[in-house]
Design a binder for this molecule. Sequence first.
Ligand code: GLN
Length: 193
Amino acid sequence: MRIGVLALQGDFREHLAVLERLGVGGIEVRTPAELATVDGLVVPGGESTTIGRLATTWGLAAPLRERITAGMPTLGTCAGLIYLAAGTTGPDQPQLGVLDVVVARNAFGRQVDSFETELEVAGFDRPFHAVFIRAPLIEKVGADVEVLATVERPEGRRPVFVRQGHVLGASFHPELTDDDRIHRLLVDAVEGS
Ligand code: GLN
């Protein structure tokens, strides 16, 4: 099994370290040729506009869309979730549109730019310690999207972890803790695909 990590910008090294811990070969993906060699993909956190622009420049946007649409298991975290999504509540930016959600970027405001919380995640037997860093919130989910975790906001509960078939999206950074359960979901999806 070969799992790639999109390595254009952001914290891809941390994801590679988690995959290593799980005994899965993590591969840096920067070109369409590298993308063609992987069975699953992580799109890391960072700056979603930068990741999107670089992917377009490197000729990766179309092949990424194609592979993911064709069923390649994919996990997007934070900026990676934004890049996978169908839209944002703000100005247009490059997005793949492979996950049927609309996100609000930097949705937690300046006061609580970054925070950590214990998340109840559907299917997990104990909470997941989630690190949010200038994180997006998921504002709209399509009919095929399963909500796996939410946070309480003044405006009501909002999704922060979703799944649409083989595509997983998290607002937070599972690569920054030593809890590998979210990466395991990706590995399981690759094993089952
Ligand atoms: N604020 C970033 C964005 O909107 C995401 C932050 C992150 O990935 N930690 O692209």
